[in-house]
Ligand binder design. Structure first.
Ligand code: IMP
Ligand code: MG
Length: 184
């Protein structure tokens, strides 16, 4: 990724909005209802994978009515720009024992699938009552490991996307929509 030189340069890299704020809001309302139905009044622990899923977490936790606790883990897989390093690193772990919890992982995007594959293996080993994975975006054409989320709000083609928590070089997380990123 080339360094951003000005606000014009920053704005010019937001190539095209592919999912609007309204579409995201609508999908989250629906997902909240599905979660309520699935857990049927049982308390859940929402686990957001930082940093990318922080915006999605804030919205999804307000769209569910079942009693919910929230927790955070930090995983790093993309270090600079748009290329995956292939190495998944847990840089911050959960602060509690998850045995006894219905755990719902809240992720921004499933790309190669490596991050969630690793996290799911790790958390399963800690004996939660149940474990579900909900992702805002899914790029199935990029998968390198056999991983399927339990719920995906949008399936997208092989594009590098930014906004609604997703970054490029740590920028663009604050955009309220999902857009395609391009340096041209
Ligand atoms: P995976 O391990 O390849 O599935 O990658 C998952 C992580 O890579 C996500 O949690 C994101 O942080 C990041 N990532 C993958 N695709 C994109 C993208 O299009 N835009 C921004 N971040 C992405
Ligand atoms: Mg992420």
């Amino acid at each position: 990724m080339k360094a951003i030189s000005s606000i014009e340069d920053f704005n010019s890299r937001i190539k095209k909005i592919i999912i609007t704020k309204e579409e995201i809001d609508e999908a989250i309302k629906k997902a909240g209802k599905e979660i309520d139905k699935l857990y049927d009044g049982r308390p859940i622990l929402l686990v957001s994978i930082l940093k990318g899923a922080f915006v999605f977490m804030a919205d999804i936790c307000r769209a569910v009515s079942v009693p919910c606790e929230i927790g955070f883990m930090c995983a790093k897989s993309y270090y600079e720009g748009t290329q995956s390093s292939g190495v998944v690193q847990i840089t911050m772990d959960l602060d509690r024992d998850i045995s006894g919890y219905h755990v719902v992982i809240i992720e921004d995007i499933v790309d190669t699938g490596r991050t969630l594959n690793d996290i799911v293996q790790l958390l399963k080993g800690r004996n939660p009552i149940s474990l579900h994975v909900i992702t805002l975006l899914d790029k199935p054409s990029r998968r390198l490991v056999d991983f399927t989320p339990d719920m995906s709000l949008f399936t997208i083609p092989d594009l590098f996307v930014i906004g609604y928590g997703l970054d490029c070089g740590e920028y663009y997380r604050s955009l309220p929509y999902i857009a395609e990123y391009s340096e041209e």
